[in-house]
Design a protein around this ligand. Structure first.
Ligand code: PEP
Length: 255
């Protein structure tokens, strides 16, 4: 099955609204001619509106970095799926390892967020991946399997095609240490097989992104792997030129 690659930028806690607008001005002309891929930018919530306006009329989508599973209520500081839809988001990242580790987000919480996003018409980008300790203990695949099962609990078969997974080995995030294409493919191939068990044939439609120090120098080799369907890019997405180069690698791989 052919899956359209998605390259998503995770800006984390970087960029004000004016900075996001300036990024769009420099970035959009660089990716205007790229075919056969999808691109999304996930700014901090305070820049969603400004960036949404700057992206209007382009093929680049807006994404959020987090969401609350509830539709509304007394949840100080939180943002609902409906509010993200209203802000123009098409995607939302859930279960990033920083949120799991620093804010105690569990698989059950991630599953509830993914379900709520789908109900609101957004596409969840569900992150999972092992720590260095878990890899060194030979537990990579077991950890991925457990996170996959827990984070996708109760997602209906019919919604599988709208789901996106991001395999992000924690030891490769923000460290400059990238998984080799072979190491990444081993995890992606395993996740693909487990998706098949979970969703049957529909599992083949789920895109699996790689995240962990992806940059212009390594993107093409990673994206050439059969089960890598794009990237979730942190550090290298903050600069319009380097992020455009990653996007170009994905588009070239399709040509
Ligand atoms: C991320 O945080 O999702 C990520 C992949 O970051 P980096 O590209 O900086 O490793």
């Amino acid at each position: 099955m052919s899956r359209i690659p998605l390259i998503a930028a995770n800006w984390k806690m970087h960029k004000t609204a004016p900075e996001a607008r300036r990024f769009a001005e420099a970035f959009l002309p660089r990716v205007a001619g790229l075919d056969g891929i999808e691109i999304a930018l996930a700014p901090p919530a305070t820049a969603l509106h400004a960036l949404g306006e700057a992206l209007a009329g382009s093929a680049v989508a807006l994404a959020a970095q987090n969401v609350n599973a509830e539709p509304s209520g007394a949840f100080t500081g939180e943002i609902s799926p409906g509010m993200l839809a209203d802000a123009g988001c098409r995607y939302a990242i859930v279960g990033h390892s920083e949120r799991r580790r620093l804010y105690g987000e569990t698989d059950a919480a991630v599953a509830a967020k993914a379900r709520a996003l789908l109900e609101a018409g957004l596409r969840p980008i569900v992150c999972l991946g092992e720590s260095l300790e878990e890899r060194e203990a030979g537990r990579t695949l077991a950890v991925c399997e457990a996170q996959l099962g827990g984070s996708l609990a109760d997602i209906e078969l019919e919604r599988a095609a709208e789901l996106i997974l991001a395999y992000e080995p924690i030891w490769a995030i923000g460290t400059g240490r990238t998984a080799t294409p072979e190491v990444a493919q081993e995890a992606h191939g395993f996740l693909r097989e487990r998706l098949g068990v979970r969703f049957g044939e529909a599992g083949a439609a789920v895109r699996i992104l790689y995240g962990g120090s992806m940059k212009p120098a390594n993107a093409a080799a990673l994206l050439a792997q059969p089960d890598l369907d794009g990237g979730l890019v942190g550090g290298a997405s903050l600069d319009p030129e380097s992020f455009a180069m990653v996007c170009s690698s994905a588009a070239a791989g399709r040509g």
